[in-house]
Design a protein. Structure first.
Length: 98
């Protein structure tokens, strides 16, 4: 299960084997996805996707614009246009696809 830790500004997924997380910051109406970490023990199980989805759901529920700085989140949103269409995205200039 994905949990929101507002004090640490991260979403986490904990298993007996390891902990994965997505770090974020909020600046005014911007929800900035900074970094996603999925340990090798959890790779290939869709944990990264679930973390990004939880972050997007959070942003949508608060009317925030997502700024995906994290390369994983950026790539995931580009390949999941159905989810990306549910939220306003401010693609960072560092994105080679812009």
């Amino acid at each position: 299960m994905i949990k929101l830790d507002e004090a640490a500004r991260r979403f986490t997924f904990e298993s007996e084997a390891a902990t994965a997380f997505l770090e974020f910051r909020q600046r005014a109406d911007r929800f900035i996805i900074l970094h996603t970490v999925v340990p090798p023990e959890l790779e290939g199980e869709g944990v990264g996707s679930r973390l990004v989805t939880a972050a997007i759901d959070h942003a949508v529920s608060r009317g925030l614009t997502v700024v995906p700085i994290c390369p994983f989140a950026r790539a995931w949103l580009r390949s999941h246009s159905d989810v990306a269409a549910t939220v306003n995205i401010d693609w960072p200039n560092t994105d080679p696809g812009v």
